[in-house]
Design a protein. Structure first.
Length: 319
């Protein structure tokens, strides 16, 4: 859970959600192995699956966004499924922005190598990634000089792979590419992932996260990739995880933190995002109150802790 401020009652006291990870030792151990592989020059490819709100994106960023790596995230949008390579384009745009800090000589070197990678595909690829314009000499009068859509698409795969490979050479630290919410991606994006699986790029770790609900009939879009990659499922909190969080937040007595944690788990099915929302609900309704004189949190018994008007998980994610 990331650090958040929640105002309490009308006194505007606030609590900070601890900026640490609870109940995720297996995930951290798994990520540690992959990070060590990356630092040894390997090219790990990781798939992370889990339900909405379980903390996939936070865990990945919390672990991999560090001083000795370059972490770049591209996120797919459910309302733009028809847009090809949208998360890849975001990654490349962010990667290019990092290169702005290079000296002029290195920038010129990059421009020459980029032109060589793209060859005659400057125009079509710059439509996907407009930021390329400032790194290339683009003649907009030739925008309509394209081959068939299929030919362009096949060249996009080659061009985008080449750009990723080139960017990795210009970073001093290992590169983490995080493609988030891949369940909303177009097929073209997954084909580019396939190409990187077949021909990994040294010192580049590709992390792909997807939302899985576990509902009957749900399509796992990455099922065909799991045999060729490293895969981990991010699970909801259990009772102990939730109790540890409550004790850190409120310094509640063991029996009270246990009962509160049990209530939260029952209402949220262990989903960390819903647990966070429910805790803030406790505070808004003054079920949990901070006693300034005693300097501690107290629990006010209430006949109904939760009501049906509270936000759903989908509403929280969308807000």
């Amino acid at each position: 859970m990331s650090q958040k401020e929640f105002y309490i009652s009308t006194k505007k006291e606030f609590i900070n959600f601890p900026n640490q990870v609870y109940g995720r030792k297996n995930v951290i151990d798994f990520f540690t192995i992959k990070l060590n592989d990356l630092k040894e020059g390997k090219a790990p490819i990781v798939i992370c699956s889990g339900e909405a709100g379980v903390g996939k994106s936070y865990l990945i960023r919390h672990f991999f966004e560090r001083e000795d790596t370059v972490y770049v995230r591209g996120k797919y949008n459910q309302y733009k499924k028809s847009v090809p390579f949208q998360a890849w384009a975001q990654f490349i745009e962010k990667g290019l922005s990092f290169l702005e800090s290079l000296g002029q000589s290195r920038k010129e070197d990059f421009k020459k190598e980029l032109a060589a990678v793209l060859q005659n595909d400057h125009y079509s690829v710059s439509r996907l990634i407009p930021q390329l314009d400032k790194w290339l000499d683009i003649d907009r009068n030739r925008e309509n000089e394209f081959d068939s859509t299929l030919q362009i698409q096949n060249r996009w795969y080659v061009a985008l792979y080449g750009i990723v490979e080139l960017l990795s050479k210009y970073f001093n630290d290992p590169l983490i590419i995080h493609l988030d919410d891949v369940q909303w991606s177009a097929d073209e994006s997954l084909e580019l992932v396939n190409r990187i699986i077949r021909k990994p790029i040294a010192k580049v770790c590709l992390i792909i996260s997807q939302r899985i609900t576990g509902q009957d009939g749900e399509q796992d879009r990455l099922a065909h990739l799991k045999s060729a990659t490293n895969h981990i499922d991010i699970k909801p909190f259990n009772l102990v995880d939730c109790q540890n969080l409550l004790q850190d937040l409120f310094q509640l007595k063991d029996d009270l933190s246990h009962d509160t944690a049990k209530l939260l788990i029952e209402n949220s099915a262990g989903n960390p995002l819903l647990i966070q929302e429910n805790i803030s609900q406790f505070i808004r309704k003054e079920i949990l109150q901070y006693d300034q004189l005693q300097g501690s949190w107290t629990w006010n018994e209430a006949e109904s802790v939760f009501d049906e008007s509270e936000k759903s998980l989908q509403e929280i994610i969308g807000s």
